[in-house]
Write a protein that binds this ligand. Structure first.
Ligand SMILES: Cc1cc2nc3c(=O)[nH]c(=O)nc-3n(C[C@H](O)[C@H](O)[C@H](O)COP(=O)(O)OP(=O)(O)OC[C@H]3O[C@@H](n4cnc5c(N)ncnc54)[C@H](O)[C@@H]3O)c2cc1C
Length: 375
């Protein structure tokens, strides 16, 4: 007899399931996909979209269309509670959805609880990626009227790419802006020294001020206060600080990792509830905690696809092997990029060409027809 599978969040780890929904439906199962919006944005191209290098429709997946084309139901909404013992989800609207098997791919966000932010301050978090579109529109409007002071907080890959692509946006619009990157302890401090020095040289050559050894303490309406007492004036602030899963799993009393992610075994299955799975930034893999990068979400796709089908039909589950070193290419907003894989690092136009090629190929792989050319 057919069962009910619910996919919560149409993120990077669910794309294979979304593309192959017919495999579930043709076996007699019912599938519901829940997400806050019809589109899911690909973060790898997010900074490029901010700069205007990509149009929004080039970097997003229409998960509603994917769901409906595969014979599933798309339910627009946000899951706010999991009642695991009753196999039930509660949405922000109060609506309840029961499941036989459920999989979470709800991603991560920037936790703001520990930071005091004045309500009038213009602050954007770099996730969800859609926020970057709102920021772009605001910059376009304000640049016509004033010189902007923009501060980016976060010295990791997201902060680096956002800063570099804000520069590109300003140049493209023919405006003027002061750009400051507050890099925490050290810009790209988790990467080899060569990545760091290339990133630093690229930004400083364009007039970006990089502040190291400093963390945000408080955000006043037009002033960022650092823990060491320094103050930076700003009109727009971007927060690219370390991401964390939403408190959904902790709040629902499920076993979680130290970051609040759903604690899963090597089958990407909750350590307590065998009918519950997950992938991407929202999980904490018990045997080997993973970096919060899209690469792992993408690698998890075939395992989630297999194991969700297997869980519906009481078949053998497969183990997820995280694999070896991964590649990251940082879009520096000037048609150049920094390529990093283990100790192999280089900068230039070729690196950007490669990133653009890989990203566009990924988008085509999971795109429903007609979307990329949508107006
Ligand atoms: C600016 C930026 C650039 C990056 N570039 C790269 C890169 O080049 N390469 C790389 O490997 N990584 C990159 N990353 C990291 C990457 O974004 C994450 O690792 C990746 O997004 C994780 O994918 P995900 O599917 O788990 O989560 P997400 O992409 O966050 O997707 C989660 C989905 O779930 C939905 N959702 C959330 N909460 C709920 C809920 N309660 N109910 C229902 N639906 C919900 C969201 O709307 C979203 O569609 C970048 C991150 C940032 C911020």
């Amino acid at each position: 007899m057919g069962k009910h599978l619910v996919l919560v969040g149409g993120g990077h780890a669910h794309l294979t399931c979304l593309k192959k929904l017919k495999d579930f439906v043709e076996r007699g199962h019912t599938v519901t996909v829940i997400g806050p919006a019809p589109h899911h944005y690909y973060s790898g191209m997010g900074p490029g979209m901010l700069a205007g290098t990509y149009r929004p429709q080039e970097i997003r997946f229409n998960i509603q269309k994917m769901a409906e084309a595969g014979g599933a139901r798309f339910l627009q909404g946000v899951v706010v509670r999991i009642e695991a013992a009753a196999k039930r989800l509660v949405l922000a609207t109060g609506e309840q959805v029961s499941y036989d098997v459920v999989s979470f791919n709800t991603g991560s966000g920037i936790p703001l609880q520990s930071l005091r932010i004045a309500p009038e301050a213009k602050v954007f978090t770099v996730k969800p990626i859609e926020q970057l579109l709102t920021a772009q529109a605001l910059i376009k409007e304000r640049l016509k009227k004033q010189e902007l002071h923009m501060v980016v907080a976060g010295g990791g890959p997201a902060g680096l790419e956002i800063t570099a692509n804000l520069w590109r946006l300003v140049v493209r619009l023919g405006g003027e802006a002061n750009l400051t990157l507050v890099a925490g302890r050290r810009l790209m401090g988790d990467f080899p020294e060569r990545v760091r020095s290339l990133a630093q040289a690229s930004l400083t050559a364009r007039g970006v001020e990089i502040v190291e050894g400093a963390h945000l303490q408080e955000v006043q309406t037009n002033l960022v206060v650092l823990r060491d007492g320094r103050m930076l004036p700003f009109n727009l602030l971007f927060l690219a600080l370390g991401v964390r899963p939403s408190p959904l799993f902790q709040d629902s009393g499920l076993p979680t990792g130290p970051d609040g992610g759903l604690l899963v075994n090597d089958h990407l299955q909750s350590v307590r509830y065998p009918e519950m799975f997950g992938g991407g930034d929202c999980i904490y893999l018990q045997s080997r905690p993973l970096d919060k990068v899209g690469v792992y979400a993408v690698r998890e796709n075939p395992i989630l696809y297999h194991n969700l089908l297997a869980a519906l039909e009481n078949k053998m589950l497969r183990r997820f092997q995280p694999g070896g070193a991964y590649l990251l290419i940082f879009n520096m907003g000037n048609d150049r990029a920094i390529f990093w894989k283990k100790q192999f690092v280089f900068e230039g136009k070729l690196a950007f060409w490669l990133k653009d090629y890989i990203d566009r190929r990924f988008m085509r792989k999971f795109q429903v027809s007609g979307e990329l050319t949508e107006a």
